[in-house]
Design a protein around this ligand. Structure first.
Ligand code: NAP
Ligand code: FER
Length: 341
């Protein structure tokens, strides 16, 4: 294969507060010819996720930051266009950690590159409901939330990639499920389409009292994704013995100094009778990923779990789409379509 041109988006500077266009730079390079054991993957869909904001910052975290000038990190779904490995043939569909770019050279032994089957569920869903966010929901609720049928589960960012799956699995497990989302349209979707028992709009004036009305038996499990005012309201309504798996707190991700933010740890820690709470990473459950993948793919294929996607167009637009996660302009899993097959 002759040398291919590859467009990528690199981190140009560390954002202070909300990322802006100047924090990213579009670069063009060429893809070197493959060596033995290498596979060339063309990105079809790029996943945009809240954790990427953390990687843009130098603050201490569970993962190293992206270096200035390096390609922004991301999971992608793509197609093998050239292979020097017996494990992959041209035309195989894969998920990998290509980052924000058009082409990626993977080594055939890279555990982060794996085949997927768009015959079972649409390719893009391997980045969402059947991918990292779906697995986060699955392990976060089942392993960290320790649900018991009949309990009340409250889910923040309920219409989003993770939250939508948490609530639907909660219903399967016999929980009473209350979502929290921004705006009437998202709340209606969560209740009417996803089948949550209730969904409360945190942007409405009476949010605290509406949450109380929606949870007549108090809160046994709170799946935490947002922090801030939402968490303050939830914290007043915990039952004793409650669990609050902390998946994230997106309301603080664009803070100028995240270490100075009032986080869910502060809010829960101040309670007289705090819920059991700890931050968990989906990767903590890596050995059991196959279990989640197979359950999620089965549920999505059968229509038992529904999902919504916001599909942006074009790699160049990725920085703009990324900002949508923090304003709630996305509706469901945010992906970018980078290329046609
Ligand atoms: P998402 O819900 O699809 O998108 C983000 C949503 O967050 C937005 O649509 C918006 O929904 C809501 N939001 C943004 N700013 C907010 C604010 N200031 N206050 C309240 N809500 C706000 O994103 P996702 O991929 O599913 O991620 C959800 C959370 O899970 C994030 O905290 C993420 O970091 C975390 N996560 C953790 C792990 C892990 O392993 N620990 C893995 C994956 C994801 P509204 O329109 O409803 O406001
Ligand atoms: C992972 C663990 C956690 C991962 C993403 C996350 C891409 C996201 C964490 C967050 O949003 O806080 O292995 O892989």
């Amino acid at each position: 294969m002759s040398e291919l041109s590859n467009k990528s988006i690199v981190l140009a500077s560390r954002p202070v507060g909300e990322p802006t266009a100047k924090d990213f730079r579009l670069e063009t390079s060429s893809v070197a010819p493959l060596k033995d054991g290498e596979v060339l993957i063309k990105t079809l869909y790029l996943s945009l996720d809240p954790y990427m904001r953390g990687r843009m910052s130098a603050a201490k975290s569970y993962a190293d930051p992206v270096a200035i000038g390096d390609v922004m990190v991301a999971e992608t779904a793509g197609i093998v266009v050239d292979s020097r490995s017996d494990n992959y043939v041209v035309g195989d569909y894969v998920c990998c950690r290509a980052g924000w770019q058009e082409y990626f050279v993977s080594h055939h032994k890279d555990p982060m590159t794996y085949k997927v089957d768009p015959g079972k569920v649409p390719l893009s869903t391997y980045l969402g409901v059947c991918g990292m966010p779906g697995r986060t929901a699955y392990f976060g609720l089942i392993r960290e939330g320790k649900p018991v049928a009949g309990e009340t589960l409250v889910v923040s960012a309920a219409s989003g990639a993770v939250g939508s799956v948490v609530g639907q699995i909660g219903k399967k497990l016999g929980l009473y499920v209350v979502g929290i989302a921004g705006g009437e349209k998202k709340c209606a979707y969560v209740k009417d389409e996803l089948g949550f028992d209730e969904c409360v709009d945190y942007k409405s004036d009476n949010f605290g009292s509406a949450l109380k009305t929606a949870c007549p038996n108090g809160i046994d499990i709170y799946f935490e994704s947002v922090g801030g005012a939402v968490t303050e309201a939830v914290a007043k309504q915990f039952n004793s013995g409650a669990r609050a798996p902390i998946c994230g707190y997106i309301a603080s991700y664009n803070a100028t100094d995240i270490t100075k933010e009032r986080t869910p740890f502060h809010i829960f820690g101040e309670l007289k009778n705090p819920p059991e709470h700890k931050f968990f990473l989906v990767f903590d459950h890596y050995p059991d990923f196959a279990e989640a993948n197979s359950a999620l793919t089965k549920w999505v294929a059968s229509g038992e779990i529904k999902y919504q996607e916001t599909v942006g167009e074009g790699l160049e637009m990725a920085p703009e789409y990324f900002s949508w996660l923090f304003s709630g302009k996305n509706f469901g899993k945010l992906v970018v379509k980078v290329a046609d097959e």
